[in-house]
Structure formats: C-alpha cells, structure tokens
Ligand binder design. Sequence first.
Ligand code: SF4
Length: 259
Amino acid sequence: MPFDKFAVHKDSPAAEKAWADHEILNAFYGPVPKAPRRTPMRELISTILSHRTTHADEELAYDRMLEAFGDWPGVLAAPTPDLAHAIRTTRWPDTQAPRIQEVLRRIQAETGGSFTLDFLADWPVERGMAWLTDMPGIGLKTASLLLLFNYRKPVLPVDAHVHRVAQRVGFLGPKVSVEKAHSVLLALLPPDAEALFNFHKHNYWHGQQICFFLRPNCPRCPLKGFCNYYQEHYGEATPEALAATPTQWDSNAWGKLPH
Ligand code: SF4
C-alpha cells in the first residue's frame, strides 16, 4: 500500500492511521525474527499454563510436566491430580490440568492418534480458528498467535499492548474490547500474513517499551504526529518535536528488544 507519513494526521481515516503505524514502526524497530518462537504444541499448551502466571513459573510448570510424564501420551494418561501437582507453579493448576488433557484428547481424535497440529496448515483460516477456540482455555488471542506465528495464516492477535497503542493513536475506538479488536483491526489491514505479523510484533514491543500503560514515553515515540493521545495531552506535534524524535530504536542506549 502506498504511504506518505506527512499526509497522515490525527483525523485521517482509521485504515490510513493503522497503515502509517505499521510503516513507521517497521522502520523504527526493524526486522522481526521470522522463526516461530516455539513449536505449535508448545505454543498451545504453554498458553494454557500461562494464564495469570509469570513466564518463569509457566516454563517451570511445562518442564516439570514433561519431566514427570515424559511425553504427550504420558501427560494424557496421567492421573489428573498428579498432573495438577506437576504444574503447581501456575495460577490454577486444578483447572488447567483437566483442560490440558481435554485439549490433548481432541488433538488425538483429530489426527487419529498423533500429537501434532500441522493439519491446521492445510485448513482454511475460519475452520482453524473455530476448531481452536472451541477448546477449553483457548481464546481468540491464542488461536490467532498460533495460526499467525506457526502457520503464517493472515490473522491478527491482539493483546493488551496492541490494544492500548491502537486506541491511543486512534485507529481503534475507545470502547472496543480486546476481543472485538481482533476483527476490527484485521479489517483495517491488508490480508497479508507478513504485514500482520510485523504489525502485531511492533505494536506489542511499542506497548512494552514506549507506550506504557502509565506515563507513555511520548517524546521518544515516532507515532506522535498523528496520535490522538499525544495531541490531547501535548497539543499538535511541532516541527521541533518531530525533528527531535528518534527514527530508530537505539538498542545500545535503551536496551535490546525482547523477541
Ligand atoms: S505518542 Fe505517546 S500515547 Fe501516542 S502512541 Fe506514542 S507513546 Fe503512545
């Protein structure tokens, strides 16, 4: 899509602002590593374990589970209270243990016995989303993450960071929920997995690194020229403010980005 960053302003249409956000953050944060961070099975099961749990405790639960029961058939066959004990570092082990076993049962039923999700690569997006979100503990965000990260399907995961940045910049309405934002934001962007992947990662980083929940670091932000929040709090971005804005993330001065 053509893009002229000087033509985008606070009152531009939402799709133009969303695309400007994509283009500017692409240049600011640079390329995103393309390899999926985890295997599909690990992505799915770890997400169940991660609910209201720190990353360290989620990893500990995952490792202990596989240490205790060896593999997915072992986890499925384990007495549920024993599985709950193995994942006790998570927030609700007694809820998550039967969920994990139910998810494994459904995968096994779908594949005829093996524990793989690779059939999702061949399914249309809608079918994959419906199958995943029908499982206990799997919501839109997890299903979208899995389909986008692992199978490069054109969907858009929206978490609290992406949601906050989109609302502050103003291409997402202030009352749109995180759930609803999945379809609203997707409709603003081209149906291209590469662009959606970069949009998700860059806005996620932006929410973590600059557009904080409390006290966003607006002086450092390259989106200020058309951000509603900025203009409501600081007035229109002046040429001096825009000229003083960094054009790239400085990892030497500000630290390495999470991947
Ligand atoms: S200008 Fe401020 S509020 Fe707007 S996106 Fe940037 S950091 Fe967030």
